[in-house]
Design a protein around this ligand. Structure first.
Ligand SMILES: Nc1ncnc2c1ncn2[C@@H]1O[C@H](COP(=O)(O)OP(=O)(O)OP(=O)(O)O)[C@@H](O)[C@H]1O
Length: 338
């Protein structure tokens, strides 16, 4: 394994911030730490970088235990939300800075900076002053500056959260492309679940200093292991056993909570599906998705998402259908309140 974190435990004062964290990351993987504000994501990243010291546990990188190695000798790159670039220098000089510290020749510096500028698609900006660049371009310079010294691993702490939505989406795609091209290992922190889904090979969900599930984006969405994750990732309809009646069967257990994703509910009857009588309350257009808000005859609010068909015609819908296969069942005792 390329990066191994074993039983990592850290306190601030007497508050446990990281609680027996265990995970492995493979070379060339991009892993995201996802979780609510204050769950310990940044602290975990900072501990890997050597900026915080754990009370217990070990960190191994590329076959070496790094706990007693100071940050600057760990060969770990770090990108923050704030770009931390030198404002009065050119793009080239900002990226070359770390290479000059390493005392590389001018020729080597020129070649390496040109190469990385090509990869982050900023070649024509080489001589521009940092202050003349947009936020998205500045963050690409920050990324180039971290990559040019060829770190063993790159840690990124909410690097896109200061950018507007469109630039942010573009940079998610760019980041993924660059990461795959260089085959660099990355750990990325975000509290935005869509962002985590868009860029990650695997997502580690943190809550209260613990990793509560580590899965691919699709597994996390389709097979959440706890109520916390089912409710944290994506939209959902939640049912108690008494709210979902399966005809001629009492297979639903009281000690479970049942979730159905909005896009899995059907507006047309299919074989063996559960039928619910509803009243249509509202239709919301979310661009590609048309979201229906229903009220069931038991007074429960239900969300159904369908692909937008662009029709403005008034729809008369008084029944919706849930196939048994689309129900995610999670025992109530796994409920973790954040
Ligand atoms: N230097 C510090 N001293 C004391 N407590 C701290 C320190 N740094 C962070 N904390 C606390 O540790 C907890 C975890 O903080 P951390 O920044 O790791 O969370 P996070 O998941 O990254 O949150 P966010 O998404 O809001 O950035 C929080 O309760 C925070 O207040």
């Amino acid at each position: 394994m390329y990066l191994t974190v074993k039983n990592l435990t850290l306190y601030f004062g007497n508050k446990k911030i990281l609680d027996s964290i265990d995970f492995h990351v493979q070379k060339g993987e991009i892993v995201t730490l996802l979780g609510p504000s204050g769950c310990g994501k940044s602290t975990l990243l900072r501990t890997i970088a050597g900026l915080e010291k754990q009370e217990k546990g070990k960190i191994l990188l590329d076959g070496e235990e790094i706990d007693s190695i100071p940050t600057k000798y760990r060969n770990i790159g770090f990108v923050f939300q704030q770009y931390a670039l030198f404002p009065n220098m050119t793009v080239f000089e900002n990226i070359a800075f770390g290479l000059r510290v390493k005392k590389l020749s001018e020729k080597e510096i020129g070649d390496k900076v040109d190469n990385i500028l090509e990869i982050v698609q900023l070649k024509e900006f080489s001589n521009r002053n940092i202050q003349t660049l947009s936020g998205g371009q500045q963050q690409r310079v920050a990324l180039a500056r971290s990559l040019v010294t060829e770190p063993k691993i790159l840690l990124l702490d909410e690097p896109l959260s200061a950018l507007d939505a469109k630039i942010r989406k573009q940079l998610q795609t760019d980041l993924r492309r660059i990461q795959k091209k260089l085959n660099i290992t990355m750990i990325f922190v975000t509290h935005d679940q869509e962002e985590a889904m868009a860029i990650s090979d695997r997502i580690f969900v943190l809550n209260k200093g613990k990793i509560i599930q580590s899965s691919t984006p699709n597994e996390l969405y389709a097979y959440p292991k706890s109520n916390f994750i089912a409710e944290f990732i994506g939209s959902f309809n939640r049912f108690n056993s008494s709210e979902l009646e399966i005809n001629n069967s009492n297979s639903l257990k009281e000690e479970y909570i049942y979730y159905v994703r909005p896009e899995m509910i059907e507006l047309e009857k299919s074989e063996n599906s559960i039928e619910i009588n509803v009243e249509l309350e509202k239709v919301i257009i979310l661009g590609a998705i048309k979201r229906y808000i229903f009220k069931s005859e038991k007074g429960k609010s239900l969300i159904v998402d369908k692909i937008n068909n662009y029709s403005n015609k008034e729809e008369k819908i008084d029944k919706i259908y849930i196939s048994k296969d689309s129900i995610i069942s999670i025992p109530k005792e796994k409920r973790l309140v954040s």
